[in-house]
Design a protein around this ligand. Structure first.
Ligand code: CA
Length: 248
């Protein structure tokens, strides 16, 4: 369900990566790059959710949080640069609903956003999916971040989990490595393409070779599908000279 999300973050790379990921989830996203415009946008656009960086020019995140909560309650996910900063902010009880310490994966962010929206939905009776079922009797529990295959828990690293969900959310669509890097890792360039390959190999080792399909020269997909790709990104996964993919 499309929601209005306001991102208040002065680091453009992070703000853009967050916005791209949330837009790919179907949300409408606006970015404010400093505290005062964060407050102004929150008033003008009445977002369903605010993602708010703590350290901002103009007004810091604490003050922005106070001001935007003054008129009405809106869920706030606060971003902090360090764990001890997070502890401090929680101690101040500023009215944020959740916290995320940088660096975080885009999947982690989306999980938090979905949890907050779900909480909001509980008030209005709307619901979001809590799990995804795949072929090969694989069940992904999005809340618990747990994967079961034929009833048995399969232990995945957080990154493997994020990658699996990134693919599973768009079954049948071919996603380029670059796209996956942006979605799962939050990277803006394709320099880490081999990272994707090695995590795909790990997923196949744990869940079976057939789980992730290689589309040569393009990228990866889950399930049957056409090549009408999530390949909105450039189909150039071989920029680093790697093999077309790790053919099984
Ligand atoms: Ca900042």
């Amino acid at each position: 369900m499309a929601r209005q999300i306001l991102v208040v973050e002065d680091e453009a790379l992070i703000a853009d990566a967050i916005a791209a990921r949330l837009r790919s989830e179907g949300h409408e996203v606006r970015i404010a790059a400093d505290g005062p415009s964060g407050v102004a946008y929150a008033e003008r656009f009445e977002p369903d959710l605010v993602i708010l960086d703590l350290m901002l020019p103009g007004l810091d995140g604490l003050e922005v949080c106070r001001q935007i909560q003054r008129e009405r309650h809106v869920p706030v996910l606060m971003l902090t640069a360090r764990d001890d900063e997070t502890d401090l902010v929680i101690g101040l009880a500023v009215g944020a609903d959740d916290y995320l310490t940088k660096p975080f994966s885009m999947r982690e962010l989306v999980a938090r956003v979905q949890a907050l929206l779900r909480r909001l939905d509980a008030l209005t009776g709307r619901t979001l999916p809590k799990s995804i079922q795949l072929d090969d009797d694989i069940d992904i529990d999005l809340d618990a971040r747990r994967v079961r295959q034929r009833g048995e828990v399969v232990h995945l690293t957080p990154t493997e989990f994020d990658l699996l969900v990134g693919l599973a959310e768009r079954p049948g669509r071919v996603l380029t490595r670059e796209r996956l890097l942006v979605d799962v890792w939050g990277y803006r360039d394709g320099s880490g393409a081999r990272t994707v390959d090695s995590h795909v190999r790990a997923l196949r080792r744990k869940l079976g070779d057939g789980v992730v399909r290689t589309v040569h020269g393009v990228g990866y997909a889950l399930g049957e599908g056409t090549d009408e790709a999530g390949a909105t990104a450039d189909p150039a996964p071989n920029a680093d000279g790697a093999e077309a993919a790790d053919a099984p």
